[in-house]
Design a protein around this ligand. Structure first.
Ligand SMILES: C[S@@+](CC[C@H](N)C(=O)[O-])C[C@H]1O[C@@H](n2cnc3c(N)ncnc32)[C@H](O)[C@@H]1O
Length: 602
């Protein structure tokens, strides 16, 4: 958890977490970019969390769900091959394309990059360990320079340490040496570094009872020269050849701009975008490596290269990465309007252009995701650059299609997902009710309550008047008036419910209900402790109301428990409503608690 703290991430930054799974550092990065945010608003920055391992990425996706963020893209690339999405590779003049499409970026650049590598078994102590085959990609300047052995024995006040390597999680001693605190010399298999390695931070197991790692912060001062050192000539030639081949290939797609224009407007046809990621977007040296030594001898063979690009293009005509659904802009006006109307979503919350799905058949879209402006910019760029990014997950799941029989009876087929609720809550003006603590807790305890059993008469009346379907129940603080739209602060708590014919049903697992109940109790205990501090010389209104609520509640708790035990009707209705719990609806809870309130659990 230490490295992200050194990155100096700001909420407006585009951050790439290159080796991100299972996502603990991604979570930290997201917290940082969301930190200064008002409830209901989004930061202008974003995080791309990348990992080559798809299964580990799934863990990451699961972990980061709790963050309820619309500012995240999860990708599956080899980090050393991460696509640059450079429009200039496809178009003569990228700025023309950019302005024509209203894009704000013409390549994917990041303000911060976190790189938490562990290379499986490969250890290169010095440049001489680098095979001929790898040399175009690994430059001598990557290694400590010099040739003399260490001068560390001269230093006074030095302490002994061990140069360590980390091999797939195992730490092996490589070469003991003496480090002077102020020294810049580090022995590395016979080479001496003139780099200020003492500025790296080493975390060693015997100090911290943890794995071994070190942290180095690199500040990029200028563009990295594409062609370097003695391999430059070959690389340059390759680069030029590739550029020419690509241009030729791009010419074949003569109607590309029109096609792309159409794709941006017509989400359903994205699949047929016809340009493949250019290997040139990455280091040219990597291209050499990718294509094997035999191809390196064919540098002048434009036809072969053009053919290669052609093959890749053909793959992309299919419009998606193998096993990964395409990301489709969702612009079905009828559906969007029905959602807006049903929940009374305020116009100040931008939906248009911010909704995506992973299903090109708009008639059977199950989930609709919300993306921030920053993610939207990246998606549009990616689309124009030929879908170079292999995206496992994008944005925040906001709406889910209700497929139960009750679902077809509602005016809106889409319910608000638990992850989406925190963001949407301040903008919802319909299908929303405020429950005092007693009723809120009963909902969590019994999962389903008849309108007549609600303690608060005003709530019961309002619940009855709701439209059949998804609704939101907000915990009303003791002093709080029921206002719509909800005035959300960092302590607001809301859950997604289903308004049935006679009941209110919580769409939440038993475990989640229990968890939320415990949190509420903890919070109340803290609130009460604070409000009974000596300086208030008496019980203030909030705590006294809380106390009253609690007393009333424990009284009615007993009644309700009795009732609920014997109430077969209730059970029946519960059963009906449980049908709504298809595969992915189990977590239908909107839990609006800002990250600081969740700090404890984490
Ligand atoms: C040390 S773990 C990352 C831990 C993560 N940063 C966190 O804080 O939860 C290293 C990760 O790098 C990934 N990885 C290994 N080689 C990679 C490569 N070439 N490109 C991208 N990811 C890679 C592994 O799949 C693994 O998930």
């Amino acid at each position: 958890m230490v490295p992200p703290l050194f990155l100096d991430v700001h909420p407006n930054h585009f951050v790439l977490d290159m080796c991100a799974a299972p996502g603990s550092k991604t979570f930290q990065l997201l917290e940082i970019i969301n930190r200064a945010n008002e409830p209901g608003s989004l930061p202008s920055g974003m995080v791309v969390a990348n990992d080559v391992d798809i299964q580990r990425s799934n863990l990451l996706i699961h972990q980061t769900k709790r963050m309820c963020t619309a500012n995240l893209i999860v990708t599956n690339h080899e980090a050393q091959d991460f696509p640059g999405c450079r429009l200039s590779k496809f178009h003569q003049n990228s700025s023309d394309v950019q302005s024509a499409k209203g894009l704000s970026i013409d390549q994917l650049l990041f303000d911060r990059v976190l790189c938490d590598v562990r290379d499986k078994g490969l250890w290169l102590s010095s440049y001489k360990d680098v095979s001929e085959f790898r040399r175009p990609g690994i430059l001598s300047s990557y290694f400590p320079s010099g040739g003399k052995d260490t001068d560390s024995s001269e230093s006074s006040g030095s302490h002994e340490t061990t140069e360590a390597r980390v091999d797939d999680g195992n730490v092996d001693a490589v070469q003991p040496t003496i480090l002077n605190d102020g020294s810049s010399s580090v022995v590395n298999d016979g080479e001496v570094s003139s780099l200020p390695l003492e500025r790296c931070m080493r975390i060693v197991p015997h100090d911290q009872n943890c794995g071994a790692f070190f942290i180095a912060v690199f500040h990029k001062h200028s563009a990295i020269p594409v062609v370097q050192e003695k391999n430059g000539g070959a690389n340059e030639q390759l680069l030029q050849t590739k550029e020419e081949s690509l241009e030729a290939a791009t010419e074949h797609a003569s109607n590309l701009d029109d096609a792309l224009e159409a794709k941006l407007c017509d989400a359903t046809s994205i699949d047929s975008v016809e340009i493949e990621a250019s290997p040139l977007d990455n280091e040219p040296s990597k291209n050499l490596e990718d294509e094997g030594p035999e191809n390196q001898q064919d540098l002048g063979n434009k036809e072969a290269d053009a053919e290669k690009v052609g093959v890749k293009r053909k793959l992309h005509v299919q419009g998606k990465w193998k096993g990964i659904d395409p990301v489709i802009l969702f612009r079905e006006e009828i559906v969007i309007n029905s959602i807006k109307g049903f929940y009374g979503i305020d116009d100040s919350f931008p939906l248009d252009g911010h909704l995506v799905t992973r299903n090109s058949d708009t008639d059977s879209v199950k989930r609709i995701y919300y993306i921030s402006k920053s993610v939207k910019d990246v998606l549009e760029l990616n689309l124009l650059a030929g879908q170079q990014l292999k995206m496992a997950s994008v944005g925040l799941k906001m709406f889910e299609r209700q497929t139960s029989k009750d679902g077809s009876a509602t005016a809106c087929r889409y319910r608000i997902s638990s992850e989406g609720l925190p963001l949407l809550l301040p903008y919802i003006t319909k299908q929303i009710i405020h429950a005092p603590l007693a009723d809120f807790k009963h909902l969590l305890q019994y999962k389903s309550i008849k309108f007549g059993d609600l303690v608060d008469a005003e709530l019961a009346e309002k619940a009855t008047k709701l439209e059949l379907g998804c609704c939101v129940v907000v915990l009303k603080e003791a002093q709080q008036a029921s206002s719509v739209p909800v005035q959300v602060d960092s302590s607001a708590v809301a859950i997604g419910c289903w308004k049935g014919r006679a009941n209110l049903n919580v769409m939440l697992t038993a475990l989640d209900c229990q968890d939320l109940l415990e949190r509420l109790e903890k919070r109340m205990a803290t609130d009460n402790a604070q409000t009974t501090e000596p300086q208030t010389s008496g019980v203030n209104r909030a705590s006294s109301l809380n106390d009253t609520d609690m007393k009333e509640e424990s009284k009615s708790d007993t009644d309700l428990k009795e009732e609920s035990k014997n109430d077969t009707d209730l059970k029946k209705e519960c059963k009906n409503d449980i049908e709504m719990k298809e595969e992915e609806t189990v977590n239908m809870v909107g839990l609006v608690m800002k990250s600081q309130n969740e700090g404890d659990e984490r």
